[in-house]
Design a binder for this molecule. Sequence first.
Ligand code: IPE
Ligand code: IPE
Ligand code: MG
Ligand code: MG
Ligand code: MG
Length: 296
Amino acid sequence: MDFKSYINDRKRQVDQALERYLAEDRGFPEKLNKAVYYSVAAGGKRVRPILAIASAEAVGGSIDDVLPLAAALEMIHTFSLIHDDLPAMDDDDLRRGIPTNHAVYGEAMAILAGDALLAEAFYCITRLMNRSGVRPEVVVDVIKDVAMATGPRGMVGGQVLDLDAEGKNISLEELEKIHRHKTGWLLTVSVTAGAKVCGASPEQLAALRRYGEAIGLAFQVADDILDVEGNEDELGKPIGSDEANEKATFPAVIGLKASKERALRLVEEAHAAVKGFDDRAEPLREIARYIIERRS
Ligand code: IPE
Ligand code: IPE
Ligand code: MG
Ligand code: MG
Ligand code: MG
């Protein structure tokens, strides 16, 4: 399997869908529209949408079945990045290789651009309704899953734990809790929701959840490592931001070497979880490896 062209092809289709959905007239004031578009169009790896698509494909679905969900996940993720970079949070000035949203449009517009993307994401998921074969109760179930992973129980709650832990010595257990909430759950849901839309069985969903939980944590471990060892040009965001903010990270709590070993073990766990799947799960296997080997 040519993983590079697989990723590039899915990424292109996600980018086109995002452009289409966001370009439609929703009555956004023009300056809000510009601020929203600025961060979405800046790029990013599109890992969450690609996971939703790869998971759909692993259970026999297709990209067309899940495109609105895939785009919605990227909208939520982009909202979380815009807010994460704000002066009141991580106070970063570079994201996706360009100045952060608030640095260009001001804090008020950056907050509102994030708010807009969050609400627009849930509207976007309802577009699944127009797809043949997706039952309304499945769409409601997916909305519930994505809301739980995003809100106080998930990413937003995790961001609070992350801020609370600044400057503190915390245990590995507490650190994992932060990471599973602020980052892991949305990645897990990208995998499970993608498969749910395509009619996955309870057994398939349970296996995909285990895969998603493993890569979800691995993703943030790799992010923490890249903040120490990465290259700003490749990464498109500042290096050393975590140390400057005295963040609780894997390298800070268990050291770089143990962090890398943990990341490797998590990828093995992810692979073991989808052992029973056929060749159609090959992209999921490749993505798990990519998550810890990436340079950006
Ligand atoms: C960065 O996410 C923030 C985390 C949740 C760790 P990504 O590494 O997916 O960022 P983009 O979307 O590629 O810019
Ligand atoms: C981000 O964690 C979690 C989010 C929900 C955005 P980080 O603060 O480590 O993400 P980066 O390193 O700024 O992308
Ligand atoms: Mg942060
Ligand atoms: Mg940050
Ligand atoms: Mg980080």
